[in-house]
Write a protein that binds this ligand. Structure first.
Ligand code: ADP
Ligand code: MG
Length: 247
């Protein structure tokens, strides 16, 4: 059985007016069904490029991207995505934003069932009671929670998270890590999480894939083996002496 996501020796260069810009040069990554791969690497090393390749929005110059053993050649609705800045439709309620993918992939699903599915997720992420609010009435962390619900409402096989917590303050971010773990217990998705926060990568990933170099390649893959019920006890608490340094 192939792994659900298999990326093998992918190479890619963007065409620019100044000539080709090689971005990826030997990206290899394999994610078993149900697993969570955290991809870390410096800014500009090609992490978002990787997400576009997996989502089928772009094809690599060389190498292969396969889902369930089949090459990815076009965008598919079995992939859900969430980004650093959630794009929620301001004229729709939170509930109607979350429902959106169901309107597209399951047009015949009765509204009552769509609402039930969306509410199940909103409840899980702590947004029950906010479903009728507009996006602008919610905090950044709450909007990101809503965008996570929207990314998985149609039960995609693959979830791509491109630095979804990058714009949040530390406390909100760590709250969302816990929410992500709660969601995983309930929803059987396979995920690629892009991040440049190492703590986030080991807290959420089953494996951490490290990209580096220009153009970037897979440097190494670490297997993470933290117990699933592990509490967040890794909050950074500066000591008094360190605080003095900061002042
Ligand atoms: P990351 O997400 O790791 O920060 P990206 O995948 O967004 O990196 O970008 C990798 C490199 O490719 C960067 O140097 C970026 O400027 C360049 N790049 C990204 N998208 C394009 C594009 N559409 N055309 C040309 N260059 C691009
Ligand atoms: Mg990026």
């Amino acid at each position: 059985m192939p792994d659900l996501i298999e990326i093998t020796d992918v190479r890619h260069a963007y065409k620019t007016p100044a000539g080709p810009l090689p971005v990826l040069d030997g990206l290899t990554l394999s994610v078993p069904e149900g697993a969570f791969a955290a991809v870390v690497g410096p800014s500009g090393c090609g992490k978002s490029t990787l997400t576009r390749l997996v989502a089928g929005l772009m094809r690599p110059d060389a190498g292969e991207v396969r889902l369930h053993g089949s090459p990815v050649t076009s965008p598919r609705s079995t992939v859900g995505m969430a980004f650093q800045n959630p794009v929620l439709l301001e004229w729709r309620s939170i509930l109607d934003n979350v429902i959106l993918p169901l309107e597209i992939v399951a047009p015949r699903m009765p509204r009552r069932d769509r609402v039930a599915r969306a509410m199940e997720l909103l409840d899980l992420v702590g947004l029950a009671g906010f479903e009728n609010k507009r996006p602008s009435e919610l905090s950044g962390g709450m909007r990101q929670r809503a965008s996570l619900c929207r990314a998985i409402v149609h039960r995609p096989e693959v979830l791509i998270l491109d630095e979804p917590f990058g714009a949040l303050d530390n406390f909100t971010r760590e709250d969302l890590w816990q929410t992500m773990r709660d969601l995983r217990r309930q929803e059987p998705f396979t995920a690629i999480l892009i991040t440049h926060d190492l703590r986030e990568s080991v807290f959420l990933g089953d494996q951490v894939v490290v990209l580096s170099g220009r153009p970037a390649r897979t440097q190494y893959v670490l297997d993470v083996d933290l117990p699933a019920d592990r509490e967040i006890d890794i909050l950074y608490q500066p000591k008094a002496g360190e605080m003095l340094h900061l002042l």
